[in-house]
Design a protein around this ligand. Structure first.
Ligand code: HAM
Length: 417
């Protein structure tokens, strides 16, 4: 019987994994510059955490979660995103007593039962940040500047930042009533999903991707034009802070985000290169979430970016990431010198060098062919003469230059090369 990876999942193989490691490394480095520490969390959580945290009316909770009972009869769910778990951990571990704001970053796999297409998978990877404990717009702008810096460090210059405000529970209630009144006469023109959303969560109709719904909502009132005084001040403050940092952005009144926990600031980084799945990154403020999962009222803000989409974007823009490292030396074996070769190889590896030798008993010709393909810089043949004299010729495969080196000084030579 033949097996294949489940639909919507992918094997990541070398050398592609080098690009992933590079992105992870750059992300961690940028996060640390902003004072973020890494958090690692369980892959699955109690189902109720997501029902409450992400929200019962969202597509994620309604249709997309991998939920299963364990053998003890508990309902568990593979995390569809990272924020709910971080907030659960914040409350459970008493992080409210840590210096505020608590700044955390993560690199995770997430799981959503979605229709699989380009840039949309059922198991995917996110890099994310959460900053908990700061209410003013300065942290919103700082978080956005972290993202901008990350993109810049990855070589991405053209990614567009879109921001919006979706208000707080107070001004949103008034706005939702207004929106419902406005939408009512247009209901028959909306898609089935939006008919449903009209009752459950009319705000989500604004970002429906169906052309017919977009045509209806093009003229609909926007939450950003109906903010209460505090939310308006926060939104103005965010724009001021972004200007202070010299970050460019556009206000997009259609961004409402697909998760229920958002309040005030929401933002997305989009790209024209990754088609309908153009959102590389999304985030926003969630000032009510910590309370929802049992903590004291505490403001928070965060984002997550899709790593698959980030790498697609790099590819589309022709941006190269550092290639997978290749061995510096291939130690070829001529004659009966396997033991010496393996001993020497291990010694060089202990000294920090990436080296290879033959393990398959290949002919010298086949070994040289393999060395050429492996991308190694140098080859040294260990045969009778070398074993007897304790020195050998180090050949640079690119320049063809040869240098006589003592085998007991090989590591120094290679480390300086
Ligand atoms: P989200 O918008 O659901 O937000 O996901 C964030 C990013 O994850 C998306 O912009 C996209 O790049 C990627 N993504 C989502 N679903 C898929 C998928 N099926 N396949 C590939 N990539 C995908 C959140 O997850 C929030 N937790 C973000 C956040 C953190 N807000 C505050 N803190």
């Amino acid at each position: 019987m033949k097996f294949s990876a489940p639909k919507g999942t992918r094997d990541l193989l070398p050398p592609e994994t080098a690009a992933w490691q590079h992105a992870e490394h750059v992300f961690g480095d940028v996060c640390r510059r902003f004072g973020y520490g890494e958090i690692r969390l369980p892959t699955f959580e109690q189902t109720e955490l997501f029902q409450r945290g992400v929200g019962d009316t969202t597509d994620i909770v309604q249709k997309e979660m991998y939920t299963f009972p364990d053998k003890g009869g508990r309902s568990l769910t593979l995390r569809p995103e990272g924020t709910a778990g971080v907030v659960r951990s914040y409350v459970e571990n008493g992080m409210a007593s840590w210096p505020s704001p608590v700044r955390l970053y993560y690199a995770i796999t997430a799981f959503r039962y979605e229709n699989v297409q380009k840039g949309r998978y059922r198991e995917f990877h996110q890099f994310g940040c959460e900053a908990i404990g700061a209410a003013g717009p300065a942290i919103d702008a700082e978080l956005i500047s972290l993202l901008q810096l990350f993109f810049a460090q990855m070589g991405l210059a053209e990614t567009k930042l879109r921001i919006n405000s979706i208000g707080c529970p107070v001004c949103r209630e008034a706005y939702q009533a207004l929106l419902r009144d406005w939408l009512k006469p247009h209901l028959p023109q909306l898609c089935d999903n939006c008919q449903d959303r009209f009752v459950r969560n009319p705000l989500r109709i604004i970002d429906c991707k169906e052309t017919r719904c977009q045509a209806v909502t093009a003229q609909a009132p926007a939450q950003a034009d109906h903010l209460c005084a505090d939310c308006q001040a926060h939104f103005d403050g965010l724009q001021h802070q972004l200007n202070v940092l010299g970050l460019s952005y556009v206000i997009d009144r259609r961004i409402v985000r697909g998760l229920d926990y958002y309040t005030r600031t929401v933002f997305e980084f989009v790209s024209e290169h990754v088609g309908t799945q153009g959102t590389i990154c999304g985030g926003g403020r969630y000032d009510g979430l910590i309370e929802t999962v049992g903590g004291a009222p505490t403001p928070g803000i965060g984002f997550a970016l899709g790593v698959e989409r980030l790498l697609m974007e790099l590819d589309a823009q022709g941006i190269q990431t550092p290639p997978a490292p290749t061995p510096v030396l291939f130690l070829a074996i001529a004659g009966d010198h396997e033991d010496e070769a393996r001993r020497l190889c291990f010694r060089l590896r202990q000294a920090g060098l990436a080296v290879e030798t033959d393990l398959l008993g290949r002919s010298l010709k086949a070994q040289m062919k393999y060395a050429g393909k492996s991308g190694t810089r140098y080859v040294l043949v260990l045969g009778d003469d070398e074993a007897a004299s304790g020195s050998g010729r180090l050949r640079n495969l690119e320049t063809r230059a040869e240098t006589e080196v003592r085998l007991d000084q090989l590591e120094q030579h290679l480390l300086e090369a």
